[in-house]
Design a protein around this ligand. Sequence first.
Ligand code: SF4
Length: 378
Amino acid sequence: MATQPLQILLAQPRGFCAGVERAIDSVERALARFGAPLHVFHEIVHNRQVVDDLRGRGVVFVNDVAQVPRGEVLVFSAHGVADSVLDAAQARGLRVIDATCPLVSKVHQQVRQYSADGRRVILIGQAGHDEVEGTRGVAAAEPLEVVGSAADIAALNWPADTRAAYVTQTTLSIDDTAGLIDTLRQRWPDLQGPNTSDICYASQNRQFAVRALARQVDAVLVVGARHSANAARLREVAEQAGVPAWLIEHVGELNPAWLDGLQRVGITAAASTPPSLVDALCDRLVALGASAPRALPGEVERVRFRLPAGLDTPALPEQPRAPPRLHPGPPAVMSALGAHQSSSNSQAGAPIAAQATSSTLDEGDTSAWNRRSKVAAK
Ligand code: SF4
């Protein structure tokens, strides 16, 4: 540690986004309503602590609809699913609760619209990621092409007059994505797509915030899962801003040697990281001699999404599981999105932070540090 106490600065915003809160809330409400075991398709969000906590309370995470007994409840994760998964769930008579983030559902809807308009759709994203595989699986006239780099785009042998359109994964790097969209437009001048990209308000706000943080510190610690796309982007953005940055899943991965010679360390957290993990890291740093953490001024997000159909009513006595009901489908999802857009028109191209938020946090406010999550840090 430095002679002077190490200063801790917290990025604002950081941690849970509205889509993650909605997804976790959906599972908790479904558990309360239907009881355990409750089946969830894929990790509800990409965070081991969240998943382990829910597993301990009776949630069974599955990667195949066939693992769910007929007639049971199945919750779809925040990342969304391919249409074939929904079809399989319906064929199995499952009662589906769709916790797909409304901003991911919006991307699915864009794919349907572009395809209906006769366009071939390119998905900018990380192949293999749950969200990308879900979006790739949206029924379209022609299969989507996933590209993650300029080399991927160069490998597409589509004619120059192809009526192409693009959508993007919601958690990409703003700068990298803008460059790929430019490359696409050079290949296919008639390219259609969202005004800027589908990168969601939460990813953009956290990237802006960590960039601002990096200007004021000697190093950045990003708390998040290694397989979380938005956590990886935060670490990259901090490094691109010129400071060393480490991604850690929990305080146990902190290497005190990283702090040698530092005067200020910055902390941020991925959109799927519970605040308790940041609290635990701050506690550890203070125990090592750092001064109390201070949050930078920044946007306070007030975005909230309506709960999925079937959970958006007051708690009811436990429901009988049979007969199964069909999944409500896109209209229910889009109504949830409509609620969001009244407070945040983030996908329309105007400045993202102003759309998603309406007030700032005063410098020096450490209330977030003291807020404890429902999910215990492990
Ligand atoms: S990161 Fe964005 S797209 Fe993903 S759950 Fe959060 S708000 Fe939704």
